[in-house]
Design a protein around this ligand. Structure first.
Ligand SMILES: [Zn+2]
Length: 72
């Protein structure tokens, strides 16, 4: 089952929610932090641009910038 990451427009916190087949639609999802129905799905991890350095080769490692990478 897909897990999506959401960010809450009300409290600004992000969370990960599991969507079951019976609830593919994210309408009506409530923020687990503040309880508001203000969740907005974030871009999936797989859609992030790949890391440009050759040393990590696993997408963005969080420390890559301009070819400098501390993950390798
Ligand atoms: Zn919230």
């Amino acid at each position: 089952m897909p897990i999506y990451e959401y960010i809450c427009r009300s409290c600004g916190k992000s969370c990960e929610l599991l969507l079951t087949q019976s609830k593919r639609d994210d309408a009506g999802l409530l923020c687990p932090n503040c309880g508001e129905a203000a969740l907005e799905r974030m871009i999936s991890v797989t859609a992030k641009p790949k890391c440009e350095c050759d040393s990590c080769g696993q997408g963005s490692c969080g420390s890559c910038s301009g070819g400098g990478c501390s993950c390798g």
